[in-house]
Design a protein around this ligand. Structure first.
Ligand code: NAP
Length: 493
């Protein structure tokens, strides 16, 4: 499929040049304390794209002070006005989608068509939460013994710290900023240092959309712990919403315990993808391609262990390997490219080591298998057959374009294998037997299940995991609850 966005080098330079590169604090752009900066690299070339301000702990504190200062007035803003801000930002994201997609591809690597898809997905959170802002409800109830009345109100949690990863540089932000604004919460956003540009561009858009000074502050930094830990422990913030690895999430939960912050944790995954013998194999192959290859496999929802019933293993493996080998790999800005580079050399080396380990453990490479040489951090779409359940890549997030195929023979065995992990974000099930579908969906220990579909993300649905994949939900009606407290007023009559 051709990329429809003009990605000529001159346009790439113009888009990067136009993106703000400072800290956005209290409605103004400023340099970091001491003028420190850090480089942002294009993963397709390994070359620097530009430099952005590198926040210090003092800068972080300035941002949280601004958020705390703006909190009381913002919580009093009429819900309709907050909804209008989100709607205006939704339209601006669509108006600028071509530039924003190109910027995202340059800093993150994903193909332009996927970057465009992410901007659409990201904007949809603003549209969804604009509607939720005006539907925050409460209650009025007679006490069971009569006499007293209960008034139940929902109020903004207060200033929030929002930490996002590099793999979805815009959507992981709007998924938090949308409900925060809808609920009347102010925030400090810390994007990942690999991909700060999309979030800085978004800060500019939010200002244009009428979001008042201090309500959303953005600080990029290479000192995540040094900047964020004092803010978490400061007593000024009331909530932390984090998307990232389970390892870091666990540590942040401990830090949040000191001041008993509300937390939302969107953490890592190890998604099982189960193909039963009665599945529609065309659907299962296209579902596996989507679940595995979206974002080059760098997604928390990526199919990490593909269990295939032994009766259809050969047919499924052959078709998937054929489809994977046809995917066009290259710089995300290239015409027709479907698979971009991985985020950095460490990611590419980790994927390479996992594949080597699986092959040494007895797996067979059906396609791909070795990193491409040359510039950029490319790894080819890879299918491994006969992967032992004990291989390392069945236990950790691969975060790359590698599909490990594991045979199984019966339903209870595959459910036990699928659940044999600390993670519980999402699972995928392909079957045409309705009873089995429901039975298996109920038995899988994950917060989400894709039934005969390889993508579950939808801003109108409650996204989130159980076990060590997280706490809380983003999107859907539940998304705004994460940013609201419940207050009960007892009334004597
Ligand atoms: P990560 O290393 O945990 O980093 C995520 C964010 O946390 C980055 O902004 C990072 O900044 C920051 N961070 C790291 N250490 C910190 C600390 N001590 N204090 C405060 N912030 C800190 O994860 P990643 O490699 O960027 O992202 C991939 C992970 O995110 C995968 O595990 C993936 O499954 C998960 N993820 C989950 C979801 C979901 O919805 N469940 C969605 C997307 C991604 P630095 O880079 O500067 O350390």
């Amino acid at each position: 499929m051709p990329n429809l966005i003009d990605a000529a080098p001159a346009r790439q330079e113009a888009v990067v040049a136009a993106c703000p590169k400072q800290l956005y604090i209290d409605g103004a752009w400023s340099d970091a304390e001491g003028g420190t900066i850090f480089p942002v690299t294009d993963p397709a070339t390994g070359q620097p794209l530009c430099e952005v301000a590198d926040a210090s702990p003092a800068d972080g504190f300035r941002a949280l002070t601004a958020a705390a200062g703006a909190q009381a007035a913002f919580a009093q803003t009429p819900p309709r006005e907050r909804a209008d801000m989100l709607t205006a930002a939704f339209h601006l994201l669509h108006e600028r989608i071509d530039d924003l997609a190109l910027l995202m591809t340059l800093e993150m690597g994903k193909p332009l068509a996927e970057a465009r898809g992410e901007i659409t997905y990201a904007a949809e959170f603003f549209r969804h939460f604009a509607a939720e802002a005006v539907r925050i409800d409460g209650g009025y109830q007679t006490a069971p013994a009569g006499g007293a009345r209960f008034l139940v109100a929902r109020q903004a949690v207060g200033p929030c710290l929002l930490i996002t990863p590099w793999n979805f540089p815009m959507a992981m932000g709007t998924r938090k900023i949308g409900p925060a604004i809808a609920a009347g919460c102010t925030s400090v956003v810390k994007p990942a240092p690999q991909t700060p540009l999309s979030m800085l561009a978004l800060a500019g858009i939010l200002a244009e959309a009428g979001v008042p000074a201090g309500v959303v502050n953005v600080v990029a930094t290479t000192d995540a712990g040094g900047v964020m830990e004092p803010l978490i422990r400061s007593g000024l913030a009331r909530k932390l919403s984090f998307t990232g690895s389970t390892q870091v999430g666990r540590m942040l939960l401990e830090q949040c315990a000191e001041k008993v912050l509300r937390t939302s944790m969107e953490l890592g995954g190890n998604a099982p993808f189960i193909v039963f013998g009665d599945a529609d194999l065309d659907e299962a192959v296209s579902g596996a391609l989507a679940a595995k290859m979206r974002n080059m496999g760098e997604a928390c929802t990526a199919a990490n262990r593909i269990y295939v019933h032994e009766s259809v293993m050969d047919a499924f493996a052959g078709r998937l390997a054929e489809a994977m080998s046809q995917l066009v790999v290259g710089p995300g800005t290239g015409t027709g490219v479907q698979v971009g580079p991985l985020i950095d050399a460490a990611a590419r080396d980790k994927v390479t080591a996992l594949v080597t380990d699986a092959v040494e453990a007895g797996a067979t490479v059906l396609t791909g298998g070795q990193p491409s040489g040359g510039d950029g951090y490319f790894f080819p779409p890879t299918v491994l057959a006969g992967v032992p359940r004990t291989a390392r890549l069945a236990e950790v997030e691969i975060f790359g374009p590698v599909a490990p195929l594991i045979p199984f023979s019966d339903e209870s065995e595959v459910i036990a294998a699928a659940n044999d992990t600390d993670y519980g974000l999402v699972s995928y099930v392909f079957t045409n037997d309705l009873r089995r579908a429901l039975r298996v969906a109920e038995s899988l220990e994950t917060g989400m299940v894709g039934l005969n579909q390889g993508v579950v993300s939808n801003p109108a649905a409650p996204f989130g995991g159980i076990k060590q994949s997280g706490l809380g939900r983003e999107g859907g009606a539940a998304g705004i609850d994460e940013f609201l407290e419940t207050k009960y007023v007892g009334i004597a009559l």
